[in-house]
Ligand binder design. Sequence first.
Ligand code: C5P
Length: 241
Amino acid sequence: MSHVPADRGHLARPDDAGGTPAVQGSSFVVAIDGPAASGKGTLARRLAEHFGFAHLDTGKLYRATAFLVLDDGGDPADPDAAEAAACRVTPALLADPELLSERVANASSVVAAIPGVRAALLAFQRAFAATPPPPAGGAVLDGRDIGTAVCPDAAVKLFVTASPEARAARRVKELRQRGAAAIYDDVLQDMKERDARDSLRQVAPLAAAADAVTIDTTTLDADQAFETASDLIARALAGRR
Ligand code: C5P
């Protein structure tokens, strides 16, 4: 199922939202939150594919913002530069492989702590959830604040987590598979710093929604996580009919 509309225009601006309500109309929304390398991205993609829903990896929006700031030689902590970059993010940029680098990952959690950046990216996420690209009848969004802030009325909310050590080991494997050099201790340290920035920021911090079901993937494999999540979604869908 497609991730984002294929147009080259900018994402919807905050002004376009017209106070977009936090309801998702008739679209069935699955909100998946969790820290880096918890397995939420893989799970989100598989669930979207299985149920015929559209998928949005919202981390890409923050990564694209960080990438644009770095590309201009700017400071990701500079609110003016970061907000201007958030307004320049295009759907096409979300597919750039450069967004997957550790440099961009680390800068993304710096721009993500800036309220104006989050505001600039909110309307696009809510619009995607409310009106997923046809023919999808639902949407899976994964990130840090989907169940708590972006889609508080989502039909199913999952919080996918794992120990920092398990997540760092996964990230090292992933980086090496892409041909990038990766030292476990450095990756673990960066991940802990990013977790702290994401969890301790003032606006929309990484947190499980009160009504989220937690899936700990430290000892679960991808198939077991998928079984647990797809059962929950199937039951919620059945309850809607
Ligand atoms: O999920 P991913 O690792 O690609 O996210 C990159 C960064 O984007 C996160 O560390 C976080 O700071 C930010 N993010 C966020 N809210 C989201 C998704 C990602 O703040 N919904």
